[in-house]
Design a protein around this ligand. Structure first.
Ligand code: AMP
Ligand code: MG
Length: 428
């Protein structure tokens, strides 16, 4: 890609991405459409929950005092004055010597202070019931406000709307919520050599290859929580690319290019970006893979140019696009997360860039150890097929021996197999 005067440090590049990625303006959505989106504000409960004192059992609402001596041998007989169902309370009061037949969820009638479960009773006739067990006051009564108090926070700004939180909000009478919408990612994959994967490759020596990046970038964007606005393949020709900048940039928040960002004769993305009025924020990172990574801004749209080699494209999207998407989604923890693990096997390199080696995590006793997923070359797709993350080899190191602690980038914890997560959790 020719000579760069300086290559930017990867952490500095991440910081630039963060600086230019703002959370999208919040929108109000019904809870069912807000799943996995980030709450844009604290929501307080307009009510005590439970809303009122209700029965936790099917049985009889009584005055606890009346049944204080009740037992299987000497049951207490009470007058049944009515019925209380969920949604249909008993309107009157319960006095000493009386009971109301009550179902789970019904408000406790005035005067009653405990519920005897139906299993400890025997109905004699329409008007009378026998009670075989004593119940202390408040037995089987769900107290109002036990779950949450009016004015307390149900969901905090920055929390993800989950199925459980949605139940909490709905129970408090809240059906809509202000959330940060998903950023729209537009994907443009460049390369004259690319064929869609579902065509027959008739001539192996024609130089054509199947396009691996369209689908991977589409799926990866979705995994990160973005919405894919479009994904299209274009030729390495200036007029097609010019057209992309004119007609596609309004359709997305982040325009992602694959390929065409190096210094080759047919790498037109950067020159046409500049010609279209784009502002370049960086180009060239001191990293392997992904050295020619490019980032800029065209109006309000962020433009990320990924090198076309599938490993480079995947890695750069995994780190840099993910950071932008998380930030624009309103996630509070958008920084690249690293953990310290032990290196399971020696790793070497022969240049002065920071290396991000695709790797697996395994456990060894109580230690977490990283193993290489394959050679460093950016065209070897098997290294991104099942890897968990990236071992960082610092710029100045030519060799890191087995057993040394290294920094490991874990972009998405759901990439770890369940078996490994289980072992990790049992270690702590
Ligand atoms: P470029 O960044 O456009 O110079 O591409 C670098 C290398 O990646 C070349 O060998 C391309 O053929 C290859 N490449 C670019 N785009 C893709 C793609 N979508 N799928 C597979 N390989 C690609
Ligand atoms: Mg190309």
């Amino acid at each position: 890609m020719g000579v760069h005067t300086t290559l930017m440090d990867w952490r500095q590049a991440v910081a630039v991405v963060i600086r230019y990625s703002d959370a999208k303006a919040p929108v109000t959505k019904p809870l069912a459409q807000a799943h996995d989106l980030i709450a844009a504000e604290d929501v307080v409960s307009p009510y005590d929950l439970p809303l009122f004192a209700s029965s936790a059992m099917d049985g009889y609402a009584v005055c606890a005092n009346d049944v204080a001596q009740a037992s299987p041998e000497s049951p207490v007989e009470l007058e049944v004055i009515g019925e209380a169902r969920a949604g249909l309370p008993y309107p009157g009061r319960v006095r000493s010597g009386q009971a109301v037949e009550i179902m789970t969820g019904s408000p406790i009638p005035g005067g009653a202070d405990a519920v005897v479960k139906v299993e400890d009773t025997q109905r004699i006739d329409d008007r009378r019931v026998r009670i075989f067990a004593k119940v202390p006051p408040l037995t089987a009564i769900r107290a109002a406000g036990r779950d949450i108090k009016k004015g307390d926070v149900l969901i905090r700004r920055g929390e993800k709307v989950s199925s459980g939180l949605a139940a909490f909000l709905a129970a408090a009478g809240i059906g809509e919520i202000k959330v940060v919408p998903r950023p729209r990612v537009g994907i443009v994959v460049t390369g004259d050599e690319l064929l869609p994967p579902d065509v027959n490759l008739l001539q192996l020596d024609s130089g054509a290859i199947f396009d691996a990046n369209s689908v991977t970038l589409e799926l990866l964007s979705k995994e990160m929580g973005a919405e894919v606005a479009f994904c299209e393949r274009v030729k390495d020709d200036p007029s097609s690319l010019r057209e992309v900048f004119v007609s596609r940039s309004q359709l997305c928040d982040i325009l992602v290019f694959s390929g065409g960002v190096s210094k080759g004769k047919y790498d037109f993305v950067r020159p046409l970006f500049s010609e279209s009025g784009g502002q370049e924020l960086f180009w060239g990172i001191n990293q392997q893979p992904g050295k020619p990574l490019f980032f800029g801004k065209l109006g309000d749209v962020l433009v990320l140019g990924l090198p076309g080699n599938p490993v480079s494209a995947f890695f750069c999207a995994d780190l840099y696009l993910r950071t932008a998407v998380r930030r624009m989604r309103g996630e509070p923890d958008f920084e690249v997360q690293t953990i310290t693990v032990l290196l399971g096997e020696e790793m070497t390199k022969n240049d002065t860039r920071v290396a991000f080696r695709r790797a697996f995590l395994r456990t060894r006793g109580k230690q977490v150890v990283a193993y290489s997923a394959g050679p460093p070359d950016s065209h070897l797709l098997h290294t991104i097929a099942r890897h968990h993350g990236y071992v960082i080899i610092p710029a100045e190191r030519a060799r890191v021996p087995e057993g040394e602690p290294v920094e490991f980038v874990l972009p998405d914890i759901s990439r770890l197999p369940r078996e490994l997560l289980k072992t990790l959790l049992s270690i702590v």
